[in-house]
Design a protein around this ligand. Structure first.
Ligand code: 3HC
Length: 319
């Protein structure tokens, strides 16, 4: 059979996507599709790993053993999510160390939300309730992503995110029905985390350079604004249920549309944070670089052990 020309390959690829046939690592794919996935999945993985840092700040300060155990379990889950996603990136031919170098050099992004400081215990609740809640809103549709390894990684990730969101909401609900000081701590934390959580979904659709193509390739199943709206519609009633006030003077339920209208996001702040000028960007990257350098001996030991095991296997097979 002769070589198919590029036009045929691209048409057959898009037909598979349109017919909900998963694209697998060994399938032909447009380079732009491959590069888009390497960009998005590697940045997703970076977000999981960097996302552990704000919470790590509170492991030694958790109010009791149960909260400490739950927080440790959640942080450990996030490391595993990063592992799945770095593995998914490697199926596209990307080199894991290169992607991590890109994070350390500032070439690659990670979610803006993790550049905000975790100042009180209530922030642990907000990160679980709002940040993981937003992550779930964004990640559930990714379980239907056209690229097989990413979609499958998301199925396991989403199961664990649900636990993350529930434990966060439980922390906030406890504080909200606690002493006046605890209620105030929860409200003050909501005031700080609400708008940065809306920014997690990315720029408005009109300003999103990737959304249209990512929708066409069924990498994205909803646009940034659609997911943001879904998040607001679900989360505002939760806040009301525990007596907290969402810090948005323009927030109002629209009887006609059945959705909440909400105020304008501070996009200057968003892009400042994305460009590396947020409150914690430098601290986060420095922590990641230190961990990477200090953990080199672990990686070297694991490789040495794997090579020794492989040698043993070779000898066994040779006799
Ligand atoms: N933080 C940092 N950069 C962001 C961003 C954010 N919140 N939102 C958008 N951007 C960047 C994009 O990466 C892109 O820059 P690039 O071309 O250099 O990559 C640019 O802004 C334009 O944005 P687009 O909307 O056009 O880009 P995308 O189509 O990639 O959409 C996205 C952005 C919605 C974040 C999409 O990449 C996505 O769905 N990624 C997978 C999910 C993910 O990464 N979530 C982040 C949080 S993970 C998390 O919270 C886990 C939890 O367990 C802790």
């Amino acid at each position: 059979m002769g070589e198919k020309d590029l036009e045929t390959l691209e048409r057959e690829f898009q037909e598979k996507v349109d017919n909900e046939i998963k694209i697998e690592p060994k399938d032909w794919m447009p380079d732009a599709y491959r590069q888009t996935l390497i960009r998005q999945i590697s940045q997703h993985a970076h977000s999981e790993i960097v996302g552990q840092l704000p919470e790590g700040n509170w492991v030694t300060r958790a109010p009791n053993l149960r909260r400490k155990a739950v927080l440790l379990a959640k942080i450990q889950d996030e490391a595993g999510h990063g592992l799945y996603l770095y593995s998914a990136v490697e199926t596209l031919g990307a080199d894991r160390e290169d992607t991590i170098d890109d994070l350390h050099s500032g070439k690659a992004k990670y979610s803006s939300i993790f550049n905000y400081p975790s100042l009180t215990w209530a922030d642990m609740g907000m990160i679980g309730w709002l940040v993981d809640g937003a992550a779930i809103m964004n990640q559930v549709p990714l379980c239907r992503c056209s690229y097989g390894p990413y979609a499958r990684a998301m199925v396991r990730v989403c199961k664990e995110e649900s636990f993350h969101q529930r434990q966060g909401f439980e922390i906030v609900a406890e504080l909200a029905k606690g002493t006046p000081e605890q209620r105030e701590m929860a409200q003050e934390s909501l005031n700080r985390w609400w708008w940065p959580s809306l920014m997690m979904f990315g720029p408005n659709d009109a300003d999103s350079k990737h959304t249209e193509q990512s929708m066409n390739w069924k990498i994205k199943r909803h646009t940034n604004d659609e997911l943001r709206q879904m998040f607001v519609d679900v989360t505002v009633p939760q806040a009301e249920q525990i007596g907290l006030k969402v810090p948005d003077k323009d927030l109002k339920f629209n009887e006609e549309t059945g959705h909440y209208d909400f105020g304008e996001i501070n996009w200057d702040e968003f892009w400042q944070v994305v460009k590396g000028h947020g409150m914690c960007n430098k601290e986060r990257i420095s922590a990641r670089k230190n961990a990477w350098e200090n953990g080199k001996w672990v990686r070297d030991a694991a490789v040495a052990y794997a090579e020794k095991q492989a040698d043993k296997q070779d000898v066994k097979e040779a006799v």
